[in-house]
Write a protein that binds this ligand. Structure first.
Ligand code: ZN
Length: 572
């Protein structure tokens, strides 16, 4: 299918706007915007991408003045679109039917078995919005009853990331500090005929749950269960030899109700409790009980847990504990990326990525390293509201929210990718002051132009003897000679009309490496081209940059200085 003229026209308008907003148009951004309006083009990605590529390269070669004049023809159209978008996003109200001011208590319940990622951010920020809206409370609850997986390192990392995201909590507590209390509730559940001890093998239990057939232990007397439970706690059973099960309905349509495990035996060193305990509650028992006793009124969680709501509420009913309101929301997933700990661990082990903060990942530390602000993560996480309809978000939309936030403070600098010498010795020293930021402001970088410059070979090769060209933001030069290098000399200062080329002074040029970050995955597979490297030279001002500084290299986009020693920048 050929891409229609109309679509190309749309891509052109979008590219113009993109270039006006960010200095240069980005192919990926334009493609996702076109697809948002024309999802029917998804099967024709190859053709679309080719068409957009052509449009983008044309736009990126345009002089700013021409760009602005063409853009102004469509400005009205874009303004009304922006207005529509703003109205739409302000429609997200964070509220819960029946919640009352001053009475809402909610919690963020991470398991410290990995690093925080973008998926955690959605419920977290919704909870924070609800706390604000209802003048309520937000607790931090570490769900840490899997001794094999959890580490203090992850607790510390969560706390650090949450602090960086600007979150504070009214209380912080740990599931594993409450085991004695949970054992008490377990005994109560046994006494009320809501739980029994089962010593069947794992396979047998699985089969029974699948086929809806009860095992012989289900009919044990309460006293028998009490005795066996006591033995479990005393250590008479080894790992996996006995479990405490919910006494539910083996034929229930909701399979979560078919006598699931409530407690299991596991001898291991727990990062917080040491070897003190070896009978561990499962999530299904632990979380509802701990929520209830801590006064949680509202639980916000992604909808894949919905099947378990019935069990959680039944446990609380049995124990006579107060039930929270549960609000299910859709999960936040990023296209062509992963949040699965197992998959990330194996990619690290295989040397495909460098660690949990690899800039291609969507862990909070990776996003932070990449230069995504906490504010952008918040806006992005909240942008889909509290609805339940699933959608996969594009990384590009987070990046674009971020660009709007960093634009005003990103220093504009020149970068020469493929250097060609331009000798301007005749000029004999002209001092130029160039703005560091667009718009108003008094911050400048200053150079004395004499001797040799670097310009892009692409610009240099099209020059001819006698041409007059403008060194961007500086002055005009006349070309005396073009060969392997260009010789030129000062030709006045007439901003506006001439074609303008980027330049840097050769003596203080800084060798740099730019890492262009793409999607981690292509389809289901790791994309071996997910990082592209560009070597080149940045202007002398760059030598004073510090790690973490964000710049915009003209025509290339935004970058964050990641490694000062290597002068390596990561694309934003
Ligand atoms: Zn059994």
């Amino acid at each position: 299918m050929a891409i229609s003229e109309e679509t190309i026209g749309l891509a052109r308008k979008l590219a113009l706007k993109n270039a006006i907003d960010y200095g240069s148009a980005k192919e990926g951004a334009i493609i996702s915007k076109v697809l948002a309006r024309h999802p029917e083009l998804k099967p024709y990605m190859g053709e679309l991408s080719q068409a957009v590529k052509a449009v983008v390269s044309e736009i990126n070669l345009m002089d700013r003045k021409v760009l602005e004049s063409e853009y102004s023809r469509y400005a009205g159209e874009f303004e009304s679109l922006e207005r529509e978008k703003a109205e739409k996003s302000s429609r997200h109200r964070f509220g819960i039917e029946g919640a009352e001011k001053g009475k809402l208590v909610t919690r963020f319940p991470p398991e410290p078995s990995g690093y925080m990622h973008i998926g955690h951010a959605k419920p977290l920020f919704i909870e924070d919005e609800l706390r604000r809206a209802y003048d309520g409370k937000l607790f931090l609850y570490f769900d840490d009853t899997n001794p094999d997986n959890e580490k203090q390192e992850f607790v510390d990392a969560f706390i650090e990331d949450l602090k960086w995201l600007g979150l504070s909590f009214d209380r912080e507590y740990y599931a594993s500090d409450n085991l004695e209390m949970l054992y008490g509730y377990a005994l109560e559940a046994i006494k009320r005929k809501g739980a029994y001890v089962c010593t069947c093998g794992g396979e047998e239990i699985k089969k029974g749950r699948l086929s809806g057939i009860a095992c012989r232990h289900k009919s044990q007397q309460v006293s028998e269960n009490e005795g066996l439970w006591k033995k479990m706690l005393e250590g008479s059973f080894g790992d996996g030899e006995a479990i405490l099960r919910w006494n539910g309905e083996m034929k229930a349509a909701n399979t979560s109700m078919r006598d699931p495990t409530l407690f299991r035996i596991k001898h291991a060193v727990h990062y917080r409790q040491g070897e003190k305990y070896f009978v561990w509650p499962n999530y299904d028992f632990c979380t509802p009980v701990i929520d209830s006793v801590n006064g949680i009124t509202d639980v916000i969680r992604s909808k894949e847990y919905e099947m378990r709501d019935e069990l959680h509420l039944a446990i609380l009913d049995l124990l006579g504990l107060r039930k929270p309101r549960i609000t299910s929301i859709s999960r936040l997933e990023i296209a062509n990326n992963v949040t699965s700990k197992r998959k990330i661990r194996s990619m690290i082990a295989d040397g495909l990525i460098t660690g949990w903060d690899d800039p291609r990942l969507v862990t909070i530390r990776a996003l932070r390293r990449r230069g995504i602000t906490a504010q952008a993560i918040r806006e992005f996480a909240l942008s889909s509201g509290m609805g339940k309809s699933e959608s996969t978000a594009e990384m590009e939309s987070l990046l674009s929210m971020n660009r709007k936030l960093i634009d005003a403070t990103a220093k504009r600098l020149f970068f020469i990718e493929d250097p060609m010498e331009m000798d301007v010795s005749n000029t004999g020293g002209v001092t130029v002051s160039m703005k560091l930021y667009p718009g108003s402001g008094n911050d400048y970088r200053n150079y004395t132009v004499k001797g040799e410059l670097f310009i892009n070979a692409m610009d240099g090769k099209v020059l001819h003897k006698g041409d007059t060209v403008r060194l961007k933001d500086a002055f005009d030069v006349e070309v005396y000679d073009v060969g392997k290098r260009v010789t030129a000399g000062y030709k006045g200062d007439n901003p506006g009309k001439l074609s303008r080329i980027q330049w840097i002074t050769r003596d203080d040029a800084v060798k740099c490496e730019l890492l262009i970050i793409g999607n981690l995955l292509k389809g289901e597979e790791f994309d071996r081209e997910s990082i592209k490297r560009i070597s080149g030279y940045a202007e002398g001002y760059s030598s004073g940059l510090r790690r973490g500084d964000i710049v915009q290299f003209e025509k290339l986009g935004y970058f964050r200085l990641d490694d000062k020693e290597k002068m390596a920048f990561i694309s934003l």
